[in-house]
Design a protein around this ligand. Structure first.
Ligand SMILES: [Cu+2]
Length: 224
């Protein structure tokens, strides 16, 4: 069923997609049962000459069943999602060895800040790139996200990552890419007239390529 979803390229994809399919199957069954029942009742109880309409007070038993079944289902889905939510968004979910990056979102671009040769984010040798995020594969990374003007939302469909960037707040979002390649970053919050063009790319490098790319960037910065 992979044709339904975008390519999956992060450690979150398995859990998120599993939940997605569980919910899709449950709601799919509910859809068929409800619509099928509707059509069946329409035909069965249609007007026919000589037949009088019946008066009904309803059925307590039926009401208990159709309330309890969805309630239990929703609680089970909630418990299943809770664990995944904690792994991805929980306060202490960010792995300690995650490589830090800065993201500053503004109308209508993403500014990515990389730590420079000193290995620290927020020091003088940091450098920034517009709409380009380069990360290594199979390494957790954490984005320290801020917004300049309005609420934006950092969305990488292939990683199953989505997080609002809110003016006045510093928000961390972490993930780990599992496939090398280039993927789309989109803004998922209508943030103004130019929202549609607030796109960027994430480029996932092999570990060696990433080090080479970083060294090139540092060399280019030294030349200036
Ligand atoms: Cu935006």
């Amino acid at each position: 069923m992979s044709w339904i979803l975008p390519p999956s390229a992060s450690t979150f994809a398995g859990d998120i997609d599993f939940l997605y399919y569980v919910i899709l199957v449950i709601t799919g069954i509910a859809f068929v049962v409800v619509e099928g029942g509707l059509i069946w009742f329409m035909i069965k109880y249609r007007t026919r000459p000589g037949r009088k309409a019946e008066y009904t007070q309803g059925s307590t038993k039926a009401e208990i069943i159709w309330t309890a079944v969805p309630a239990v289902t929703v609680v089970i889905i909630g418990l299943m999602s809770g664990g995944v939510w904690n792994d991805i968004k929980g306060r202490n979910s960010v792995p300690p060895d995650a490589i830090p990056y800065g993201i500053h979102a503004q109308q209508f671009e993403w500014n990515f800040t990389y730590r420079g040769p000193d290995g620290q984010l927020g020091t003088g040798d940091d450098f920034s790139l517009r709409n380009q995020l380069h990360i290594p594969v199979n390494r957790p990374v954490v984005m320290r996200m801020t917004a300049e003007d309005v609420i934006h939302s950092f969305f990488i469909p292939a990683f199953r990552v989505k997080q609002d960037a809110v003016p006045g707040m510093l928000i961390n979002v972490w993930f780990e890419a599992t496939e090398e390649g280039e993927y789309e970053i989109a803004c998922a919050e209508l943030c103004g007239l130019g929202h549609y063009r607030m796109r960027a790319r994430v480029i996932v490098h092999s570990a060696d390529d990433y080090q080479r790319w970083l060294a090139d960037q540092a060399a280019a910065a030294d030349d200036q």
